[in-house]
Design a protein around this ligand. Structure first.
Ligand code: NAD
Length: 274
């Protein structure tokens, strides 16, 4: 039954991913692991893409054990164009198609790299360039490599993870009294992801839907002063949890959003709504 018949499908059917294949990059990371598991819960077979082979294997094994679907480990450095491009063929060979691409992987602000989240005057172009490669260029490369399969799927959906820092500048007041920082390269890469999403959405329509999902800050043992300041500045009064991204990712991946493309779904407790 289709929506066009005038007989709307049930929510359970719209959210069902049985038989679909989802590539999730950064799937061994904090948010990636949770959203990959959520897609598997809805029946999707999963390609777990991340840097480290052992973490990819462990994540794929955990998904298979808890959700009863096939999950393959696919260790790749997304800064390596050739290896990134090859993901599409590896997944096609192993799982027989590609219906969903969720690009979660990123060089994040918490990364303890030299000259990354230091004061602006010390931030380096080396790490800026790596951020652009991993966070932005790999979205271009991987989407390009997956496009034939996503087209063939008939319900192809690309979800690129942005960030509130791709939408607004940092409010430096919440960092006061901490040694935390915020990288210009991160913000620029995420702003690029959001605009690349719009470009891809109109270019790949009507065959493939392309949307961005922009999280706000997830609590991970931040200093009390930062957490309190963050909560005070957030309309919903708390930092995010990984679980907050499960439903939003499923929405964009599934037929729940089949008339949505070119959108940036901001999931930030209202941080950017003031
Ligand atoms: P995370 O660091 O836990 O996970 C990121 C994953 O990406 C890691 O598993 C890492 O190994 C992988 N990765 C990094 N570089 C890679 C590379 N070169 N090749 C392959 N994989 C690579 O981060 P997270 O908190 O789960 O964030 C997930 C996404 O959400 C990111 O895109 C991030 O920018 C975005 N986001 C997070 C927050 C937050 O507060 N955590 C806020 C806004 C946006």
């Amino acid at each position: 039954m289709t929506a066009a018949s005038g007989n709307p499908r049930d929510i359970a059917e719209l959210a069902d991913l049985t038989g679909r294949v989802a590539i999730v990059t950064g799937a061994a990371g904090n948010i990636g692991r949770v959203v990959a598991d959520g897609l598997a819960e809805q029946g999707a077979r999963i390609a777990v893409v991340d840097l480290d082979a052992t973490r990819c294997e462990a994540t794929a094994t955990a998904i298979e054990a808890s959700r009863g679907v096939t999950a393959m480990a696919c260790a790749v450095d997304l800064a390596d164009e050739r290896a990134t491009r090859a993901i599409a063929g590896r997944v096609l060979d192993a799982l027989g198609g590609i219906d969903i691409l969720v690009h979660v992987a990123a060089l994040v602000s918490a990364e303890p790299l030299p000259n990354w989240t230091t004061r602006f005057e010390d931030q380096s172009t080396d790490v800026w360039r790596r951020a652009l490669e991993v966070n932005l260029t790999s979205v271009f490369v991987l989407t390009q490599a997956c496009t034939p399969s996503l087209r063939a799927s008939g319900r192809g959906s690309v979800i690129a993870y942005g960030s509130t820092y791709g939408v607004v500048g940092p409010d430096w007041r919440i960092y006061e009294g901490t040694d935390m920082g915020n990288a210009a390269g991160y913000a620029a890469s995420k702003g690029g992801v959001i605009q690349l999403t719009r470009w891809l959405a109109t270019t790949l329509a009507p065959d493939i839907r392309v949307n961005a999902l922009s999280p706000g800050g997830v609590f991970r043992g931040h200093p009390d002063s930062f957490r309190t300041a963050y909560e005070d500045r957030t309309p919903l009064g708390r930092m995010a949890t990984e679980e907050d991204y499960k439903g939003a990712t499923l929405f964009l991946a599934s037929d729940l959003s089949r008339y949505v493309t070119g959108h940036n779904l901001v999931v930030d407790g209202g941080w950017t709504a003031w």
